[in-house]
Write a protein that binds this ligand. Structure first.
Ligand code: FES
Length: 121
């Protein structure tokens, strides 16, 4: 299998907590930055095909009892689908649902000096 590395921009082109949709080799991909960590995930929801890039970057709600304050973990690492609210962990593309409903493909991404590089296989 041949891997191809693509330069998708400068680190400063991306702001934390936003989504950056792009097409690379014909594949819809969304880039998300959390401080100095970058994520790349397929920009198509595995449920019914919404663009995940039009969703919201959030966190994972900690388990709590009714009436408790809602506390988020993994802030900036969860992408919520805009259509039906499935929550995707940007680290691995898995949904947070206990049923393991679906998974969006993720892509390796790394920084080379000030450039953001994504690898497609
Ligand atoms: S299309 Fe994404 S949750 Fe339904």
């Amino acid at each position: 299998m041949v891997s191809r590395v693509h330069d998708v921009g400068s680190v400063n082109d991306f702001k934390s907590g936003r989504t950056y949709p792009m097409t690379i080799e014909g594949r819809p991909i969304v880039i998300v930055r959390k401080e100095n960590t970058f994520f790349a995930i397929r920009d198509i929801c595995p449920h019914q095909g919404a663009f995940l890039s039009t969703g919201k970057v959030s966190g994972s709600p900690r388990r709590c009892l009714p009436g408790d304050e809602i506390v988020l973990d993994q802030i900036g690492e969860i992408l919520i689908c805009p259509w039906h609210g499935w929550e995707f962990d940007l680290n691995n593309g898995r949904t947070l649902a206990e049923s393991g409903q679906g998974r969006a493909k993720t892509y390796p991404i790394e920084l080379k000096e000030d450039r953001v590089m994504i690898t497609l296989a």
